[in-house]
Design a protein around this ligand. Structure first.
Ligand SMILES: NC(=O)c1ccc[n+]([C@@H]2O[C@H](COP(=O)([O-])OP(=O)(O)OC[C@H]3O[C@@H](n4cnc5c(N)ncnc54)[C@H](OP(=O)(O)O)[C@@H]3O)[C@@H](O)[C@H]2O)c1
Length: 243
């Protein structure tokens, strides 16, 4: 059975791992045929991920989009529905962070972070949730963060947007449960991805890896439709980095 799955930020890090895990699952689950719509701002990244997914025999569709542009996010949703007529799963993973002391955050940092993590995510979700509501099925993941419920000193704007994403997930669930749609808030602590830039080996050794998050996310999607995993929280076993 075909599953139309859209992953934002699928070119790197956690989003890439989620796309690859969906693709790998198609090899071990007879009848599971994901169609992976891969979204980010960088075509080369998406082409690389698509090639890896295709090697598992999975159909992919790369859609270069900057979701911080609301019109672009809405166009993306419209294109998906025009092309496939349905959407089964939206993984709201694309996110950015500017990590600096509170007094050093500029208006540009603020606008950049809010535009992707809050505004773009909101309007893409609004458009695609309407389709899920109508068809009375679907699953939306928000890859938020442990910073969606805990403060970190260098993360003022980032924390603000992640708390907001969790707020959106919880509000949306009030609508979703009336129409059989599942909403999962995924809250990882430190995961070794390009978002962190260069990290010392000792820090890297204490971090989680993208597949540690991807495997349970795909597992939550594959549970019977009657069961909704509402929250997944992940931390390095030694606790949070950069308290
Ligand atoms: N890594 C961690 O420790 C960690 C922990 C908790 C939560 N998270 C969350 O997990 C998500 C993924 O993080 P990550 O660490 O995998 O980040 P990453 O390595 O920086 O990858 C982020 C992906 O999102 C894409 N992206 C960013 N802004 C975008 C936009 N405006 N429109 C479309 N695509 C966009 C990036 O590609 P382009 O730049 O090419 O667009 C990239 O493919 C984020 O929401 C992050 O906040 C990460």
């Amino acid at each position: 059975m075909k599953h139309i799955i859209l992953v934002t930020g699928a070119g790197k890090g956690i989003g890439k791992a989620i796309a690859l895990e969906f693709a790998k699952k198609s090899l071990s689950l007879p009848g599971f045929e994901p169609v992976l719509i891969l979204v980010s701002r960088t075509a080369e990244d998406l082409d690389d991920v698509a090639a890896e997914c295709s090697a598992c025999g999975v159909r992919t569709d790369c859609m270069v989009t900057d979701i911080s542009d609301t019109a672009g996010a809405i166009r993306l949703a419209d294109t998906v529905i025009a092309r496939y007529g349905t959407i089964d799963c939206l993984v709201n993973n694309a996110g950015v962070g500017r990590f600096r002391p509170f007094r050093e955050i500029t208006e540009e940092d603020f606008d950049y972070t809010v535009a992707t993590n809050m505004k773009g995510t909101f309007f893409l979700t609004q458009k695609l949730f309407a389709v899920m509501e109508e068809q009375r099925k679907g699953h939306i993941f928000f890859i938020t963060s442990v910073a969606a419920e805990k403060a970190f000193k260098s993360s003022s704007v980032y924390c603000m947007t992640k708390f907001a994403q969790k707020g959106l997930a919880e509000t949306l669930r009030l609508y979703a449960k009336e129409c059989n749609v599942r909403i999962t808030s995924v809250m990882p602590g430190a995961v070794y991805t390009p978002m962190w830039g260069e990290v010392p080996e000792t820090v890297k050794a204490a971090m989680m890896m993208p597949e540690d998050i991807a495997v349970p996310v795909v597992g939550a999607y594959l549970l019977p439709g009657r069961t909704s995993v509402e929250e997944l929280v992940f931390r390095p076993v030694t606790g949070d980095i950069n308290e």
